[in-house]
Design a protein around this ligand. Structure first.
Ligand code: SF4
Length: 620
């Protein structure tokens, strides 16, 4: 590896867990500077607010430069060489495999770095040792599974076709913060914009119409729309006469949305065709969230708009080639603490994720790891919450420090990420780390040592990407693979009949959306996140609370203390705490309160079905 690499100008590709997957022009002549690639049809020459932290993070003095080895209590370390750290890791892996097999090792990874090689290449190593496999279920998976049962796919429309729509509905997503280029596409189109969200977000403020159902009541909202549409020849015959019950007046009592607004929404859906629905992930993280997604898709089908949803994208990338085939035991991600209690897992190998921040029910997760004395290896740029719990910490490279490709789960472009500088100290990319580990394990298979260039060539060949275009523009268009939609409403009626709204007397529903500053937990240590509890003035009045009060928030999962922000944008009956803040900086985050109950679909997350009590902290 050339440690002195310095490239004055290159194309980067944002590998964060974000719809937009931006192509970036990076200059490194007078310091590291980035800007949106003006040639990219989605990036359109600008980056989001969060992007300014990428450079700060990459150049931060807080970055890990040397591996760390735990000394005594968790959180106490001494610096060691990379060579030594990897010897310790390999010795432990061999010991565990000898004792109880590869399945006692669990890679804990997610979308902290979505670049293709960084994301998939480590899996070759874990498949080689026969490790357990983490079932991703924290984000969009329940909705994906639900869409597949109804339509045969979760792959939706090309977002560039939003420009052809007469109406665009953002359902449970705040693109003004989390999909800024999609928001721009919508705002620069001639379409009427609807937002369905309990919270009056910046997106809701910028829309033509804001529908604000109580959280977890999207299903009755859709049923009432179908009730209205039944008067106009739209027959929801697959779900029987249940829609007759859901008159707008009846649904209004459940959803909190005025009956007249439900009628207007239904008529706009009928008359403003073609319309598109960007189905967000937020409302889908409810105990019936997958079913809510499916019900929306069913309504779209009845209106002849089956294919006009945005949820996921696929492009014929050979993921089996990239990561290999997993055969190990499946461990679910959302309720990892309970999985660790049930299963003999002796090592967690964490990369591309900060699970001791982002998973629900943090108290139990930390307690189980401690009680079972699970050995933890963490590969990260910073000494984050998870790294502080580790036995071995290995410093990771930022995306300015490796070559890779970034695809998108939203649009139809693949972008190149070119290395513009060397990682600091002994920081190392995912690819190089797992090559070294394979070598130390004594493995010989070529696929464990395949170089970045070789892998990129194969991926680009498969996609028929013109290299000249890619290196000249930083990105190339690739073909969306969706296949035919196969409508299958089997069981939908029974599923919908099983729905009932959940409430808890004397509790507020806790929502934990993404804040404006971060992507997941990234950047709290660079910029600082909003850690207030946001509450509607009406609830604050009922609870005798004032702006700035110190409050205790509690439920069966935990108790936290923070300050109250009276916020009229918050729906009555709910409280918002933005996710991603670091417990190691603040002593807590929202996941000390969130439920690790799972949905039927894909054992998906249901964090937005959490309820809490809020009280003022009394002076003693
Ligand atoms: S976080 Fe999203 S919008 Fe921001 S630069 Fe990355 S891909 Fe673009």
């Amino acid at each position: 590896m050339n440690k002195n690499i310095f490239i004055p100008m290159a194309f980067s590709a944002c590998p964060k867990d974000c719809f937009d997957s931006c192509s970036i022009i990076t200059e490194n002549d007078k310091g590291l500077r980035i800007r949106g690639n003006p040639m990219h049809p989605i990036t359109s020459g600008f980056l989001c607010y969060k992007a300014k932290f990428f450079v700060d993070a990459a150049l931060s003095e807080k970055r890990l430069k040397k591996p760390l080895l735990r000394e005594g209590k968790r959180g106490k370390f001494r610096e060691v060489t990379l060579e030594y750290a990897l010897d310790v890791v390999v010795e432990k892996i061999k010991e565990i495999i000898n004792d109880c097999g590869g399945e006692c090792i669990l890679p804990v990874e997610y979308a902290g770095n979505r670049a293709l090689i960084s994301y998939y290449f480590p899996r070759r190593f874990f498949n080689r040792i026969g490790s357990s496999v983490l079932q991703h279920s924290l984000c969009d998976e329940a909705g994906s599974a639900a869409l597949r049962t109804l339509l045969g796919t979760s792959v939706g429309m090309d977002p560039e076709d939003l420009r052809k729509m007469r109406m665009i509905v953002f359902w449970g997503i705040n693109p003004a913060w989390t999909n800024v280029h999609g928001w721009r596409l919508a705002k620069t189109s001639n379409a009427k914009i609807y937002v369905v969200d309990p919270t009056r977000t910046d997106t809701a403020r910028g829309a033509d119409v804001h529908i604000d159902p109580r959280p977890g009541t999207d299903i009755p909202l859709v049923l009432s729309i179908l009730n209205v549409l039944s008067n106009y020849g739209i027959d929801a015959k697959e779900i029987g006469d249940i829609v007759l019950r859901y008159t707008p007046e009846y649904a209004s009592k459940i959803t909190g949305v005025d009956a007249s607004r439900i009628r207007d929404f239904a008529l706009d859906l009928l008359n403003e065709r073609p319309f598109a629905v960007h189905i967000g992930y937020g409302f889908q993280r409810n105990i019936k969230g997958g079913l809510a997604v499916k019900t929306i898709a069913y309504m779209m089908h009845l209106l002849g708009m089956d294919g006009n949803f945005i949820y996921d994208a696929k492009h014929g990338i050979d993921y089996v080639y990239l990561g290999g085939t997993a055969r190990g035991r499946i461990i679910n991600q959302v309720n990892l603490a309970r999985e660790l209690e049930r299963n003999d897992i002796r090592m967690l190998f964490v990369y591309n994720m900060n699970p001791l921040n982002s998973l629900p029910n943090q108290n139990l997760l930390r307690e189980v790891i401690e009680r079972k004395n699970i050995f933890m290896v963490v590969h990260d740029l910073f000494l984050n919450d998870t790294a502080l719990f580790a036995d071995v910490v290995i410093p990771a490279a930022s995306f300015f420090e490796f070559n890779d490709l970034v695809d998108s789960y939203y649009h139809d472009y693949i972008a190149i990420n070119q290395k513009v500088m060397a990682p600091p100290g002994e920081a190392i990319s995912n690819h190089d780390l797992f090559v070294l580990l394979s070598r130390k394990m004594g493995f010989r298979e070529h696929y464990l040592f395949e170089g970045e260039d070789e892998i990129m060539d194969k991926v680009l060949n498969d996609l028929n990407v013109n290299r000249d275009e890619l290196y000249r523009k930083g990105f190339a268009r690739i073909r969306r693979v969706r296949g035919e939609l196969i409508f299958n409403p089997e069981g939908l009626r029974e599923e919908i009949e099983s729905y009932s709204p959940i409430e808890r007397e004397g509790y507020l529903r806790l929502l934990s959306p993404t804040g404006i500053h971060g992507v997941g937990s990234q950047h709290d240590n660079i910029h600082g996140f909003d850690i207030f509890a946001h509450m509607n003035p009406s609830d604050a009045l009922n609870l005798n609370l004032n702006d700035g009060d110190r409050v205790v928030i509690k439920n069966e999962y935990g108790t936290v203390e923070t300050f109250l922000k009276i916020d009229p944008s918050v729906k009555i009956g709910t409280i918002i705490i933005y996710r991603g803040s670091w417990p190691s900086l603040h002593g807590w985050n929202v996941n000390y309160l969130t439920t690790d109950d799972v949905q039927e679909y894909s054992m998906g997350a249901a964090m937005n079905s959490t309820f809490v009590k809020v009280e003022k902290v009394r002076d003693v």
